[in-house]
Design a protein around this ligand. Structure first.
Ligand code: AKG
Ligand code: FE2
Length: 273
């Protein structure tokens, strides 16, 4: 792939990550921190230069035949809670289906990886989250990944098990595929199941749909904010790249989960991987 300077990939006029002392970046940091505190979400609109979006989406679309096909019904939490009944909001199942492209399937010279490895961006995101230390994940499978959702695919209601997710929307579907969330629906100490039940019953009223345009970078704290991606409609797929970081160096994801993803790879990709 033709190497490009970072200023041709990211709009550094608007987001000068390489100039952390500039007034522009300081005010972005302040806005971001307050948005995360208030709304658990901060969107950097027009993060990508429009010229590169199409080729980045195409590169990922071409990898779909080798990707993991995830299809499951999942509860919104890490595990079911047998002490609660089947109809309890904790045990309510939500459909999930999408293709997921794994880190090692993304080329070393891809623009996506160039962005992920760019230290000024990592530094900015770490400070934005208020973390003293902040590292890119070392996971060969999930450090940098992409989810690709076709007609009918969806990511069911859930909380994330990590503190924060960074996503980059590269292709939007014709309809559906909208990110919906209920900010701070639970707290560190209170599951607030009544509020969860209300959101599940009436998301149109109780969940927000932040505008997520192609080329935006979204910072989302999903550990306390219930969220989902609504089913995609139409032929054009939804493509989102996901960046993973951790407060500890050398972070890798749980081996059990990796094995589950590997078991869902198409045969050829499993042999090659
Ligand atoms: O696809 C998205 O925009 C969000 C995906 C998500 O919630 C997740 O990967 O945990
Ligand atoms: Fe999530």
């Amino acid at each position: 792939m033709q190497p490009l300077d970072m200023s041709q990939i990211i709009d550094l006029d608007r987001y000068p990550f390489h100039q952390p002392e500039s007034q522009r970046l300081k005010s972005l940091m302040a806005r971001g921190k307050s948005a995360l505190e208030r709304e658990a979400l901060f969107s950097l609109e027009g993060f990508l230069r429009p010229e590169v979006i199409g080729s980045m989406a195409k590169e990922l679309a071409q990898l779909v035949p080798r990707a993991t096909r995830y299809e499951a019904r999942r509860v919104a939490y890490l595990e079911r809670e047998p002490a609660f009944g089947e109809n309890h909001p904790h045990n309510q199942e939500h459909a999930c289906s999408y293709h997921q492209i794994l880190n090692y399937q993304i080329a070393n010279d891809s623009r996506l990886r160039q962005i992920y490895y760019w230290q000024p961006l990592t530094d900015f995101l770490g400070k934005l989250c208020g973390y003293d230390s902040f590292f890119r994940s070392d996971c060969p499978h999930l450090a940098l990944t992409a989810k690709v959702a076709g007609h009918g695919d969806t990511d069911g209601w859930h909380y994330d098990t990590n503190d924060v997710v960074f996503s980059l929307l590269l292709q939007a579907p014709e309809a559906g595929g909208e990110f919906e969330y209920a900010p701070h629906v639970r707290s560190e100490t209170d599951e607030r199941y009544d509020a969860v039940e209300a959101v599940l019953a009436d998301p149109d009223r109780l969940a927000a749909r932040p505008p997520m345009a192609v080329g935006n970078l979204t910072v989302f704290k999903g550990d306390l904010s219930l969220h989902r991606v609504t089913p995609v409609e139409g032929a054009r797929r939804r493509i989102v790249a996901l960046f993973s970081y951790d407060r500890q160096p050398g972070m890798t994801f749980a081996q059990g989960y990796i094995e589950e993803l590997q078991s869902r790879l198409p045969d050829q990709a499993a042999k090659a991987g």
